[in-house]
Structure formats: structure tokens, C-alpha cells
Design a protein around this ligand. Structure first.
Ligand code: SAM
Length: 251
């Protein structure tokens, strides 16, 4: 069983706190709208869609969305959510590092918290650029998910958060990422501790232009009001997050 299959239900349950309030939903939609220049009805690919977080939000905004993921359990959850909310969205099994789409198939390729999980991010990025139409955008939401650059205060708060998760959910969270690495054959994850500069360089190497960043500040502020204390301490507050955007030039 794929590692993400095992985590799918618990991951979904936590990620639903991102969209608990109307204020959060509006902030997410506003942020995405700004990134895509308020364009409508775009063909979008959400790579590593998981429970369909971005794909469903974008479908609700009127875009034609496809979500791909390696985890069949995640895909089932995403489809269940689409059905429950009467949203049209294609969810397909697929590998982010080897996509099953023709060149120039999408106006936007987007992903959230996927890049760090990939053993070959350079290969993946070239694939994402390949399936983008000229003039299209690649949008990456990610963060530095290591503790190396975390100050002491954040580290202690995160330990407390992890402890609260452990006792309330009866699961051991501290070593999860270490176990993830052993399950993908001990391969290195070059972007697990990446900052936005490293992602920008990767985009540049893949031939993208007009590379820029967008702020996560407002999203984190509204999230802080909705997430329970245990998740705020263990997941929302400790990590540096970013959005990096690149454009594929041409007509
Ligand atoms: C941290 S979750 C992020 C899910 C979702 N993007 C979100 O915003 O909540 C990472 C997801 O990437 C998927 N994934 C990992 N490696 C993948 C690959 N090579 N191809 C496609 N999906 C992959 C996992 O199955 C998981 O659903």
C-alpha cells in the first residue's frame, strides 16, 4: 500500500481546516485569482492533488480541472468530495514525474505540498513545463518542512503541538517524514528543506520566465483562526511557506 494511502483520511481531516470559514475560502480564491490574473475557464492540472484541495477550489471558481495522484485512496476521497459538492473535476491516477498528457495540454499547472515529496524534482518540473501551453503558468505552493532553519521557540511549540496530536489522536507523528523516506527506498528528497529561492532556480533551469513569488501571509493569518491549537502548533506556525510562479513564454 502506498504511504499516502495510509495517511489519506487523517491528512484530509486536517486539511479541511483550511476551508472551515467563508473568510478562508475567500482568501484562498482571491490569492489564486490574483496569480492567474483573474482569468476564467482555464484548463488546469493539479499535480499530486491528494484529496483535491486545490482542484476542487479551482473547479468551484469555474475552471476545468484535472487532478492526478499516485494514491488511489486520495483520489477516491477527492472524487467523493467532488460528488458531494456537485463539482466537475477529473481525478486520474498518475505520476508527477511522468505525466500521461500530450504536450501543451494545460493553461495552468499547479501543486501544493508536492515538490518536497519527490525524489527527482528536476525531472518532474520538466514534465510540468512540457504539458503547459505557451503563455501558461506553473504555480507551486510549498515550504521548508525541516527543522534546520526553525528558531528554538518554534521548535518547542512544535514539540508541544506534536505531543497534543499524539495524545488526542493516539498516533506518533514525530517520525512520520523519516519513515516516508525509508518507504521510497531511502531516496533523497532534494526539496524537503527548500526555500523559495531554490524553487525559483529550479523553474529557471526548466526554462520558465517571469518567475515571481506571492505572499502566504494572509492565508496563514486566516488559517490561524480556524485550525485547532494542536495543528497550529505542530503544522501551521512552525514552517516557512511560499508560493512560486513561473511563466512559459510563447504564443
Ligand atoms: C502532502 S500531500 C499534498 C496533497 C494536496 N496537494 C494538498 O494540497 O493537500 C502530497 C500528495 O502528493 C502525492 N504524490 C506523492 N508523490 C507523487 C507522485 N510521484 N506523483 C503523483 N502524486 C504524488 C501523494 O500521494 C499525496 O497525495
Amino acid at each position: 500500500m502506498q504511504d499516502w494511502d495510509k495517511r489519506a483520511e487523517q491528512y484530509t481531516q486536517r486539511s479541511e481546516y483550511h476551508l472551515k470559514s467563508e473568510e478562508q475560502k475567500a482568501e484562498w480564491k482571491g490569492t489564486l485569482d490574483k496569480i492567474i490574473d483573474n482569468k476564467s475557464s482555464l484548463d488546469m492540472l493539479d499535480v499530486g492533488t491528494g484529496p483535491g484541495f486545490l482542484a476542487l477550489l479551482l473547479a468551484e471558481m469555474g475552471h476545468n480541472c484535472t487532478g492526478v495522484d499516485l494514491s488511489t485512496k486520495m483520489l477516491k476521497i477527492a472524487q467523493r468530495k467532488a460528488n458531494a459538492n456537485d463539482l466537475q473535476c477529473r481525478f486520474l491516477h498518475g505520476d508527477a514525474e511522468k505525466l500521461d498528457f500530450e504536450d501543451h495540454s494545460f493553461d495552468v499547472v499547479i501543486n501544493r505540498h508536492l515538490l518536497w515529496t519527490l525524489p527527482h524534482p528536476g525531472v518532474a518540473l520538466r514534465e510540468w513545463v512540457r504539458v503547459l501551453r505557451p503563455g501558461g503558468k506553473l504555480v507551486i505552493f510549498d515550504g521548508d518542512w525541516t527543522t534546520h532553519n526553525m528558531d528554538k521557540r518554534r521548535k518547542y511549540k512544535q514539540l508541544l503541538g506534536n505531543y497534543l496530536v499524539m495524545i488526542s489522536e493516539k498516533r506518533y507523528t514525530l517520525n512520520w517524514r523519516k519513515r516516508y523516506k525509508t518507504r521510497i527506498n531511502n531516496e533523497k528528497l532534494p526539496f524537503e528543506g527548500a526555500d523559495e529561492g531554490k524553487v525559483m532556480s529550479l523553474m529557471e533551469a526548466a526554462g520558465l520566465s517571469n518567475i515571481s513569488t506571492a505572499s502566504m501571509e494572509h492565508l496563514l493569518k486566516v488559517d490561524s483562526k480556524s485550525f485547532p491549537l494542536k495543528y497550529r502548533l505542530s503544522f501551521i506556525e512552525p514552517y516557512q511557506r511560499y508560493i512560486v510562479i513561473g511563466e512559459k513564454l510563447g504564443h
